[in-house]
Design a protein around this ligand. Structure first.
Ligand code: ZN
Length: 135
């Protein structure tokens, strides 16, 4: 059994990591799947999705600051829209994550959360959640 869900989030700044763990868990719960895999997919080219620590907010701050150092907003880019850094950072984070589902819950590590990574906000962003039950 595979259940498709979707939700939208609104980001509030140009660069922002938004904790979407509880929104993803809501989709897992409403899917009715208890054992399987949850795929989270972001339908954009300047936003991505990653999993990392959601206990200490300075971890996310450090990731954002390091990405900014690696891929500065202004650089020798070709893309005329002027947001090449956002496209590159989104590709570095990736556009999907797979999380095991056990007992109807996302089987994340104790300190893990799922983050939508906004790099060209503020915008509305669409997130798909596909939950597949183990055979
Ligand atoms: Zn662009």
């Amino acid at each position: 059994m595979t259940v498709e869900g979707m939700f939208e989030v609104r980001t509030t700044s140009r660069v922002q990591f938004l904790d979407i763990t509880s929104a993803v868990q809501r989709e897992v719960t409403s899917s009715g799947v208890t054992e399987g895999v949850c795929w989270v997919y972001v339908h954009h080219t300047t936003a991505g999705v990653t999993i990392n620590e959601n206990a200490d907010p300075s971890v996310v701050e450090d990731i954002i600051r390091t990405l900014e150092r690696l891929v500065p907003m202004r650089g020798d880019y070709r893309h005329a829209e002027g947001n090449s850094d956002a496209h590159i950072k989104a590709s570095l984070m990736g556009f999907s994550q797979a999380i095991p589902v056990r007992d109807g819950k996302l089987a994340l590590g104790t300190w893990q959360g799922i983050f939508l990574c906004e790099f060209d906000g503020p915008r509305r962003r669409k997130v798909s959640v596909t939950v597949t039950s183990a055979p």
